[in-house]
Design a protein around this ligand. Structure first.
Ligand code: FE
Length: 355
């Protein structure tokens, strides 16, 4: 079942950005309250409401472009994924949300499990989004892809020293590894996908090996992992590709490089940011139109440039900076596994002493 996914080529320039809703913000598009002068706060007839754990600067340009193209207004709020799912559940049929957007298949899987999404029937999405980046029951679709990559100190290591996630468990890395905490979804998803490939026994050995090799206690985010490597505290760590891109933009001379561990048994672990239609969407037609547009070439090109992610739509070319990180073989196991096996991953990391 293992297939190869080779990311391909080319052009344009890039802004820096971060991805997930790391701190809750409430915002709303000015275009929303066209009625407000009349003292009404109800939803406009054709308006689309989005609950997003992606930050405002990573969604607003898209919604503005969509509205400019279609005339359909989009209102949004942003918060962390967990609270948004809780809110959707609590609001039930009363919710104004039509679309849910978040990062990580683990979060999308959770939303599906909590029953706040509905199946989507769209030949456009089936064409634009590869099978392994969508829910098997079509309750969510990936829109962007990020690689869970390695970052290393170029003063101490060369790419030849690095191979796979599994290899980082080898005693030769003792005192040289930095990791983000196991409490955050990105490494939970990585470990879940390792379980899917290796089973729990071997995965636990790998994770125990990582823990034994840590130079210092796990960090709260990927950027801190890179800063620790930059500062010489450790030599290699595991981070999402776009975080490295952001650091690279801030400091092109930085003593760090990105390594895509495609010799890992499954290829490189990729994850997604994605979108779904809420179960009680009042405007499911509009929601579908928006998500289909987000999967289109036009929007996918914007995504690639804005956050240095890989477009989920394989017909869209990479931006120059991301292309320069190299082609790689990605794990194509369906990402719903990252959600299904998340509880097992969390327990396994706990048993392995990974904080
Ligand atoms: Fe992120």
């Amino acid at each position: 079942m293992k297939k190869l996914l080779i990311f391909s080529l080319l052009s344009t320039l890039v802004l820096s950005a971060c991805s997930e809703g790391e701190k809750p913000v409430q915002t709303s598009d000015n275009k929303f309250d066209a009625d407000e002068s009349a003292g009404k706060v109800h939803k406009l007839a054709d308006e689309i409401v989005v609950y997003s754990s992606r930050k405002e600067h990573l969604i607003k340009p898209f919604f503005e472009e969509f509205t400019a193209n279609t005339g359909i207004p989009v209102k949004y709020i942003t918060d962390k994924a967990g609270p948004l799912v809780t809110r959707l559940k609590a609001e039930g049929e009363r919710t104004e949300a039509d679309v849910f957007m978040t990062v990580d298949a683990g979060n999308l899987w959770l939303a599906k499990k909590e029953g706040v999404l509905q199946p989507i029937n769209s030949s456009v999405l089936e064409i634009n989004i590869p099978e392994h980046l969508q829910d098997p029951e079509n309750q969510w679709y990936g829109l962007t892809v990020r690689a869970r990559a390695m970052v290393y100190d170029t003063n101490k290591l060369s790419p030849d020293d690095l191979t796979s996630y599994e290899d980082l468990a080898h005693p030769k890395w003792q005192g040289r590894l930095c990791l983000r905490t196991s409490k955050k979804v990105y490494n939970q998803s990585l470990v879940a996908m390792l379980i899917a490939r290796h089973g729990e026994v071997k995965t636990e050995e790998i994770v125990k090996g990582w823990v034994a090799n840590l130079a210092t206690a796990p960090f709260s985010n990927d950027t801190k992992v890179m800063k620790a490597i930059e500062a010489g505290q450790c030599e290699v760590g595991i981070v999402n590709s776009y975080y490295f891109g952001r650091l690279q933009n801030e400091n092109p001379e930085i003593n760090l490089s990105l390594f895509l561990p495609q010799e890992s048994e499954n290829g490189v672990h990729v994850n997604i940011s994605g979108a779904a239609i809420t179960k009680h969407a009042g405007n499911p037609e509009g929601a579908l139109k928006l998500i289909e547009w987000l999967s289109s070439k036009e929007a996918q090109k914007m995504y690639a440039g804005l956050n240095m992610e890989y477009p989920a739509n394989q017909s869209v070319e990479l931006v120059e900076q991301v292309k320069a990180w190299g082609d790689f073989k990605a794990d194509e196991m369906n990402l719903s596994k990252a959600g299904e096996l998340q509880p097992a991953a969390v327990q396994l990391m706990d048993r392995a002493g990974y904080k």
